[in-house]
Ligand binder design. Structure first.
Ligand SMILES: Cc1cc2nc3c(=O)[nH]c(=O)nc-3n(C[C@H](O)[C@H](O)[C@H](O)COP(=O)(O)O)c2cc1C
Length: 396
């Protein structure tokens, strides 16, 4: 009996006796192909290669595929007994937090410490989550963040397909993803840019703080690919994995940042800002977007959580630049909290990894749709018809 194979990247279906070596339509790797319509295999089984129908099934598949790396807990919080932390000592960081994991946990506890106020009595409305970012109209103020390196966790997905899954899944939900940069990205093989070139540039590459010359040549490639913006994760200057693989990373001065801002015609994002002082330096350098982030707690142990520092940064920079925030967002309720503290837009990291590993573009699309649903629900309950109504008044 021939079986139907489904490409989780481009949704092409093919009927063959054995899985094709790659998707005949989009060239996705064999690992991104799943059986379609074969109901007999329980998606929870580790043998499952069946197309997931729900986000829960996507997460079940991700749990199977990320064994020993991430258990796809209902609540991903970086606690010390979690797989990503418990098994991390002396091993690569995987999906966990650096060192003790306290920076990762601080993001979660800071968000959990904020309570939302219900505001129920007034006219009914259908919440409008539309959002404009770097000249693009998006369906919501929630974007995919820039995690990278997933293709080297194990054999679940190639880095190129991971990048394409996040780009396509976000685009299908009317939003954008940012794309990262890591130790095995080289000028000859740069999976995020390769994927962005293939997908019409619909995503924002965030480069490691490499040498100015390398950054300029990567930025030129992003411009040619039609990306709407470019950025650098300035907190990547502490990456030991980059230097171990001979990829030098640097702290950047205001002068160097300004040079990059002037070099490109695109909006420039400075990611990894955790203090008002660094934020002001970014404004001085002329960056258009300050991304408040502690890299999901992966670069410096013992930082505060993003929700703790965001209000001071917003107060100091408010109105001068666009401010985004990420770290610990798992639901639309979490997203609403960071928006209430003054972020213009927010991003999700670990959850798009799990969604892409479990279901390719389809998984990312399902996850982003779920986030939009919960954000809308939270906006109805807190009396916010659109983004302009979201402010600190909704924090209890
Ligand atoms: C496995 C992994 C790899 C990451 N790689 C990058 C990267 O290459 N560049 C970057 O800007 N951020 C990177 N990040 C950080 C994310 O972009 C984002 O800031 C963070 O994951 C948000 O926190 P959350 O995972 O709790 O949502 C990475 C995060 C994870 C979990």
């Amino acid at each position: 009996m021939p079986e139907k194979w489904f490409c989780t990247i481009c949704y092409h279906e093919e009927e063959t006796f054995s899985p094709p070596a790659s998707c005949p339509q989009c060239d996705a790797d064999r690992k991104s192909l799943l059986q379609s319509g074969a109901e007999q295999v329980d998606p929870k089984s580790s043998q499952s290669t069946v197309r997931p129908q729900t986000l829960e099934e996507v997460r079940d598949l991700a749990r199977n595929r990320l064994k020993g790396i991430c258990a796809v807990y209902p609540h991903c919080d970086g606690r010390s007994e979690r797989i990503c932390q418990r098994e991390a000592y002396g091993k690569p960081i995987g999906i966990g937090g650096v060192g003790s994991g306290s920076s990762f946990r601080a993001n979660i506890t800071a968000l959990a410490g904020l309570r939302l106020k219900t505001r129920l009595i007034d006219d009914h409305f259908e919440p409008d989550t539309s959002f404009s970012f770097c000249g693009i109209e998006l369906s919501m103020p929630i974007m995919g963040a820039s995690p990278s390196g997933v293709g080297r966790f194990n054999d679940s997905i190639t880095e190129y397909d991971f990048c394409r899954a996040t780009i396509r899944g976000c685009r299908e939900t009317g939003t954008l993803t940012w794309r990262g940069d890591t130790w095995f990205y080289t000028q000859n093989s740069f999976p995020s840019l390769d994927a962005l070139e293939k997908e019409g540039g619909f995503g924002i590459p965030i480069f490691k703080p490499r040498s100015q010359d390398i950054l300029k040549s990567l930025i030129e490639r992003a411009e040619k690919a039609n990306c709407p913006a470019v950025g650098v994760d300035l907190d990547g200057c502490g990456s030991t994995i980059m230097t171990r693989h001979g990829q030098q990373v640097y702290r950047k001065s205001v002068r160097e940042l300004r040079e990059l801002v002037k070099f490109t015609s695109l909006p420039f994002i400075a990611k990894g800002i955790m203090t008002p002082e660094d934020g002001e330096a970014c404004v001085e350098a002329g960056v258009q977007v300050v991304a408040v982030s502690n890299h999901g707690g992966r670069v410096l142990d013992s930082t505060p959580g993003v929700a703790e520092v965001l209000p001071q940064i917003v107060e100091r920079l408010g109105g001068k630049v666009v401010i985004t925030a990420d770290g610990g967002i798992r639901t639309g309720f979490d997203a609403l909290k960071l928006l209430a503290l003054g972020a213009d837009g927010v991003l999700v990291g670990r959850d798009i990894i799990r969604a892409a590993v479990g279901g390719g573009s389809l998984g990312v699309k399902m996850h982003m749709e779920r986030l939009q649903q919960t954000l809308k629900r939270a906006m109805v309950m807190t009396g916010c018809p659109d983004l302009s109504h979201i402010d600190t008044e909704i924090i209890a």
